[in-house]
Write a protein that binds this ligand. Structure first.
Ligand SMILES: Cc1cc2nc3c(=O)[nH]c(=O)nc-3n(C[C@H](O)[C@H](O)[C@H](O)COP(=O)(O)OP(=O)(O)OC[C@H]3O[C@@H](n4cnc5c(N)ncnc54)[C@H](O)[C@@H]3O)c2cc1C
Length: 376
């Protein structure tokens, strides 16, 4: 007899399930996708969207249409609470949804430890990724007396990519302006020293001012207050201070890992509630401490598709093995990148070309709902 599969969040780890939903509906199961937006943006190309290399419709998936075209129901909402005992999801629109099996790919949010609301004018976060497009538009549509002043808070890869690509945006639009990167203790502190060196050199060549040993402590309407007592005047702030899963799982009483992600076993299944599965940034894999990078979400696609089918139909589960070292490439603007895998580091045009190739190939595989023909 058909059962009800609820897919929560159409993120990177759910794309195979979503494009192959007919495997589930065709077997007589009812499927519902719950997502706050009909679109999901591919984060790796977000900085390139900021500078204008990519249009929004080139880097997003119409997950709502993807689901509906394959016989599923699409609900525009957030899941705000899980009742794993009664097998009920509470949605942000006040409704409830019963499930037999539910799979979560709700990602992560920028950890907002700063006393600032993202609704303050001119403040943007790097996630959700479409905020980078809102930032781009705000810069292009703004009227500035002299120079536009941009402050990027956070010295990880996202902060570095956003600083570089913000300069490309200004240069491309002939807007003069300053960009300051508030890098916390050290920009790219936990990364290979050569990556850090190359990134700092590249940022310096783009006249990005780097502050290290300093954190932002608050963001006010005109200024950013710093831990050393100074203030930075600002028109725009982009917050890139690292990500963590939402509190949904902890608040719902599920077993969670150290940063609040749903704790799952090797089958990507909740360690306490076998009807719950998950992938991407919103899970913590038992016995591992995985970086919050999209690489893992991508690697989990096949496992989730298989295991959700097995959970509905009965069958063996596949184990997820995180795999070895992975390649990361930062888009540094000007058609250049910095690439590294473990301690092997290289930079320049080839690095960006490789990133562009890999990213475009991934997007092409899952853009099955006419995304490229859409208007912005
Ligand atoms: C600027 C930037 C660049 C990056 N570049 C790279 C890179 O080049 N390579 C790399 O490996 N990693 C990169 N990352 C990291 C990468 O973004 C994350 O690891 C990746 O997004 C995780 O994918 P996900 O699908 O788990 O989460 P997300 O991409 O965050 O997707 C989660 C989805 O769930 C939906 N959702 C959220 N909450 C709910 C809810 N309560 N109910 C229902 N739906 C919900 C969201 O709308 C979203 O569609 C980058 C991150 C940033 C910020």
């Amino acid at each position: 007899m058909g059962r009800h599969l609820v897919i929560v969040g159409g993120g990177h780890a759910h794309l195979t399930v979503l494009t192959r939903l007919r495997d589930f509906t065709g077997a007589g199961h009812r499927v519902t996708l719950v997502s706050p937006s009909p679109y999901h943006y591919y984060s790796g190309m977000g900085p390139g969207m900021l500078s204008g290399i990519y249009r929004p419709q080139e880097i997003r998936f119409h997950v709502g249409r993807m689901a509906q075209d394959r016989g599923a129901e699409f609900i525009t909402a957030l899941v705000s609470k899980i009742d794993p005992v009664r097998k009920i999801l509470h949605l942000s629109d006040g409704s409830i949804l019963e499930y037999d099996i539910a799979s979560f790919n709700t990602g992560s949010d920028v950890s907002m430890d700063l006393p600032v609301s993202l609704s303050v004018e001119g403040v943007f976060s790097v996630k959700p990724v479409d905020r980078l497009y809102a930032f781009r538009r705000a810069v292009l549509e703004g009227r500035f007396e002299k120079k536009v002043r941009i402050v990027v808070v956070g010295g990880g890869p996202a902060g570095v990519e956003v600083s570089s690509n913000a300069r490309m945006l200004l240069d491309g639009a002939r807007i003069s302006g300053s960009i300051t990167l508030v890098g916390g203790r050290r920009v790219l502190g936990g990364f290979p020293p050569r990556v850090r060196q190359l990134a700092i050199k590249s940022l310096a060549s783009k006249k990005v001012r780097i502050l290290e040993g300093i954190t932002a402590v608050s963001i006010r309407p005109q200024v950013v207050e710093l831990s050393d007592g100074n203030t930075l005047p600002r028109d725009f702030v982009v917050v890139a201070v690292g990500v963590r899963p939402s509190t949904l799982y902890r608040d719902s009483g599920l077993p969670v890992g150290s940063d609040g992600g749903m704790l799952v076993n090797a089958y990507l299944q909740s360690v306490r509630f076998p009807e719950l599965f998950g992938g991407g940034d919103c899970i913590c894999l038992e016995g591992h401490r995985l970086a919050r990078v999209g690489v893992y979400a991508v690697r989990q696609n096949r496992i989730l598709h298989h295991n959700l089918m097995s959970a509905l139909e009965g069958g063996d589960f596949l184990s997820f093995h995180p795999g070895g070292d992975y390649l990361l490439i930062m888009n540094m603007g000007e058609g250049k990148g910095i690439a590294w895998k473990k301690d092997i580091v290289w930079n320049g045009r080839l690095a960006f070309l490789l990133k562009d190739l890999v990213d475009r190939r991934f997007v092409r595989k899952f853009q099955v709902s006419g995304e490229k023909d859409e208007m912005e």
